[in-house]
Design a binder for this molecule. Structure first.
Ligand SMILES: [Zn+2]
Length: 217
C-alpha cells in the first residue's frame, strides 16, 4: 500500500523504532513474497538522509524491510549535489512523503571536523570534503556556545534540514504544497532511540482523507 501522508509516514518510523528499542521487532517486508511483490516498482514512505556510521542501518533501527525506505548515506549526512538529486528523485518521481535527516551521538565526522578546526590542520584526501561540509555547523555551534560533540551533532542535523530545503527547490516546493515534510532526528547509539531535533513544517501535516491508510507488513 502506498503511503502519501507525512504524518502517518512519521508515525510508522516512530512505531518501528519503538519496536526496535523494546526488542519487539516484526521484521516486516523481508520475506521472498514481498521481495517479488516490490520487484516491479517501489513506493518507499520515507527518505532517510543518514550518516554512514555502521551502527545506524535505517531498516534495522526503524524495523522495516524491502521497498519501505529510500536511504542515502554519507559520513556526517553531508548533502552535496548527488545527495540532493537522490532526495529529489524520491520526492518527485516516487512521491515519497517524508525526508528524515538521521544523525547520531559520538559522530566521527563531526569529531573529525572539530579536530580539524581545533588544530588548523585539515585531513588528507577526500575526507577534507566531509570536514568542510560540516564546518558551517561548527561555526553555528560556536556562535551558540556549544562545544560538546553531541550538542554540535544536533545543530548539524538541523543545519542539514535547512540545507536540503535551501538547496533543493523541488523539495521546498513539495513541502510548501504539503506533500512532504522534512524531519531531523538524532539517534542514540547505546539506547537505539531516535529523538526529533528539527521539523519543517514544525507540525507535520496530515492530509485530509488519508488517515485510514497503513503500511503493509
Ligand atoms: Zn556519524
Amino acid at each position: 500500500m502506498t503511503l502519501t501522508d507525512p504524518t502517518q509516514a512519521l508515525a510508522e518510523l516512530h512505531a518501528g523504532n519503538r519496536r526496535f528499542v523494546t526488542g519487539a521487532q516484526r521484521h516486516p517486508n523481508q520475506d521472498s513474497l514481498h521481495r517479488a511483490a516490490v520487484a516491479d516498482g517501489q513506493h518507499p514512505f520515507a527518505v532517510i538522509v543518514g550518516c554512514s556510521d555502521s551502527r545506524l542501518a535505517a531498516e534495522i533501527i526503524f524495523d522495516r524491510g524491502l521497498g519501505d525506505l529510500f536511504v542515502v548515506r554519507t559520513a556526517g549526512h553531508t548533502a552535496g549535489p548527488e545527495v540532493l538529486g537522490s532526495v529529489e528523485y524520491a520526492v518527485s518521481v516516487l512521491n515519497t512523503p517524508l525526508v528524515v535527516v538521521l544523525g547520531h551521538d559520538s559522530c566521527g565526522a563531526v569529531q573529525a571536523a572539530r579536530d580539524a578546526a581545533r588544530t588548523g590542520t585539515p585531513p588528507a584526501g577526500h575526507l577534507r570534503a566531509v570536514v568542510d561540509a560540516v564546518a558551517p555547523s561548527l561555526r553555528r555551534a560556536a556562535e551558540q556556545g556549544v562545544d560538546d560533540v553531541d550538542g554540535i551533532v544536533d545543530i548539524h542535523i538541523a543545519h542539514t534540514v535547512e540545507a536540503l530545503l535551501g538547496n533543493s527547490a523541488v523539495l521546498a516546493a513539495a513541502v510548501a504544497e504539503g506533500r512532504c515534510a522534512v524531519v531531523g532526528m538524532s539517534y542514540r547509539l547505546a539506547a537505539g532511540e531516535v529523538r526529533t531535533v528539527a521539523a519543517v513544517p514544525s507540525v507535520v501535516p496530515a492530509q485530509a482523507g488519508d488517515r485510514a491508510t497503513a503500511v503493509a507488513g
